[in-house]
Design a protein. Structure first.
Ligand code: NAD
Length: 375
C-alpha cells in the first residue's frame, strides 16, 4: 500500500505522521510518500522524512499516487477535488457536527475514516486522538493561564509578605480537565472542579482537586462514559453553584462537552459581570459553542476586565509532541487494517474499525453519523 501524508494548511503546525512514525510504517511494509514541507511546522525537515524512508512530492502528486491519505484536519476543497473514487482518507472530520465534509466524501466516493469518532473502549485507548489532543489542551490551557494571570499560581511566604495561591475552577473533568487539574496543582494553585459524572469524583480528589457536588445530575451509564444532556432543574442548581465558585476564582478553565452536541453553557454573562478584575477564563469547548456565554471561538476578548480566551486547539502550539502522539495513535489504528505484507484490508468485523468508518461506496456507513445527518 502507498500511504500519503499531506501538509496541513492555515495556522496548523502539526503533521499527522512525523519521520519517527514513517520509520515504523516502512517496517510494516508500507510505502510512504509525503508532501514537501509537510513536517516544517513541527520541526521535521524533508531530509528527516527521506532518512526515515519516505519520498517527498508536491501535494497533488501525493494525492494522485496514494492509496490512503492521512491528515489531521479535513481535506480542503481543492484536495477533495483531486481525490479519486475508492481512495481511503484517514483524518479528524468531526462528522457529527460538520456534515458538509461528509457529503463531499460521499459525492467523491471516498472511503473516509474519522479518528474522532473512534469508540471509547479500553482496546481503543492507544488509538484515541481525542484523548491525546485533550491532554495537550488541558496542559497548555493551564500554562497559558499561569502566564497571563496578573498574579502567582503558588502560595509564597516572602519577606515582602505572603502571597495567597491562585484559585482555579475547572468545569468538566474528562481527559482535558484532569490534565488541567494535575498541571494547576503542580503549579501550586487551589483547584475546584465541577462535573456531572459522579465517577470522576475519586479521580479528581486523587490528584488534589476539590470536587464540588451538585445533586440530581443525570449520569447515564449507557452513554459509554460520556456526559448526557441535563434536566432544566439540575441546570439551574448547577448554574447557581458555578456562579458562586466562579466569582471567587482567579481562573476558570472550561472543558465540558457532550459528544455530537453543542457544549453546555455553564458560565453566564451575569457571572462574568461579577468575576474579579484581572481574572481569566479559558474555554476549551469554544469550537462547539463554548461553556461561557461570552466566548468567541479562536479569539481572545476582554470583557469587564476579565480575559476570555476561546481556544479548543492549544495542541497547535505544541506541534512536536502533539504530532508524535497523533502519529502513534494513527499507527495503532492502522495495525487493525494492515496485513504483515503491508496490504490494506477493510476489517469490517472489528468494532473499532466499524465505529471509525464514516463513508464508503458513495454512502454514509456510520450509524452515529447517519443519525446526525437524519439519514
Ligand atoms: P468530553 O470532552 O466529552 O467532556 C469533558 C467533560 O465534561 C466530561 O468529563 C463530561 O462529564 C463533562 N461535562 C459534560 N457536561 C457537563 C456539565 N453540564 N457540567 C459539568 N461537566 C460536564 O469528555 P472526554 O474527556 O473526551 O472523556 C470523557 C470520558 O470518556 C472519560 O473520562 C472516560 O470515562 C471516557 N474515555 C474513554 C476512553 C477510552 O476508553 N478509549 C478514552 C477517553 C475517554
Amino acid at each position: 500500500m502507498i500511504l500519503g501524508i499531506l501538509k496541513e494548511s492555515g495556522k496548523e503546525r502539526r503533521v499527522a505522521l512525523l519521520p519517527e512514525s514513517v520509520a515504523v510504517l516502512v517496517k510494516m511494509n508500507i510505502n510512504v510518500i509525503a508532501e514537501q514541507n509537510a513536517g516544517a511546522g513541527a520541526f521535521a525537515s524533508d531530509a528527516d522524512y527521506v532518512s526515515a524512508g519516505a519520498t517527498m512530492l508536491p501535494g497533488a502528486d501525493v494525492i494522485s499516487k496514494a492509496d490512503m491519505i492521512v491528515k489531521i484536519n479535513p481535506p480542503t476543497d481543492e484536495e477533495v477535488k483531486l481525490m479519486k473514487e475508492g481512495q481511503v482518507l484517514l483524518a479528524v472530520l468531526n462528522p457529527l457536527l460538520h456534515h458538509d465534509i461528509v457529503k463531499k466524501l460521499v459525492q467523491g466516493g471516498i472511503t473516509g475514516f474519522s479518528l474522532d469518532v473512534i469508540p471509547r473502549t479500553s482496546r481503543a485507548q492507544a488509538m484515541d486522538i481525542l484523548s491525546s489532543m485533550a491532554t495537550v489542551n488541558g496542559y497548555k490551557a493551564v500554562l497559558t493561564a499561569a502566564n497571563s494571570l496578573p498574579k502567582f499560581f503558588p502560595m509564597f511566604m516572602t519577606a515582602a509578605g505572603t502571597i495567597t495561591p491562585a484559585k482555579v475552577l475547572i468545569i468538566g473533568a474528562g481527559v482535558a480537565g484532569l490534565q488541567a487539574i494535575a498541571t494547576a496543582r503542580k503549579l501550586g494553585a487551589v483547584v475546584e472542579v465541577f462535573d456531572v459524572r459522579a465517577a470522576v469524583k475519586e479521580e479528581v480528589t486523587g490528584i488534589g482537586g476539590k470536587f464540588i457536588e451538585v445533586e440530581g445530575a443525570i449520569d447515564d451509564k449507557s452513554a459509554g462514559g460520556y456526559a448526557v444532556e441535563q434536566s432544566e432543574e439540575f441546570k439551574k442548581k448547577q448554574a447557581a453553584a458555578v456562579h458562586d465558585h466562579a466569582i471567587r476564582s482567579d481562573v476558570v478553565i472550561c472543558t465540558a462537552q457532550i459528544p455530537g452536541k453543542k457544549a453546555p453553557v455553564l458560565l453566564k454573562k451575569e457571572t462574568v459581570d461579577q468575576m474579579k478584575p484581572g481574572s481569566l477564563i479559558i474555554d476549551l469547548a469554544a469550537s462547539t459553542g463554548g461553556n461561557c456565554e461570552l466566548t468567541k471561538d479562536d479569539e481572545t476578548i476582554v470583557y469587564n476586565q476579565v480575559t476570555i480566551i476561546g481556544n479548543s486547539a492549544f495542541a497547535i502550539d505544541m506541534p512536536s509532541d502533539a504530532s508524535k502522539m497523533f502519529g502513534k495513535n494513527v499507527i495503532n489504528f492502522l495495525k487493525l487494517m494492515i496485513t504483515p505484507e503491508g496490504v490494506f484490508t477493510l476489517n469490517w468485523n472489528d468494532d473499532i474499525v466499524k465505529g471509525t468508518f464514516v463513508t464508503h461506496n458513495k454512502e454514509v456507513v456510520n450509524e452515529r453519523v447517519k443519525s446526525a445527518l437524519n439519514l
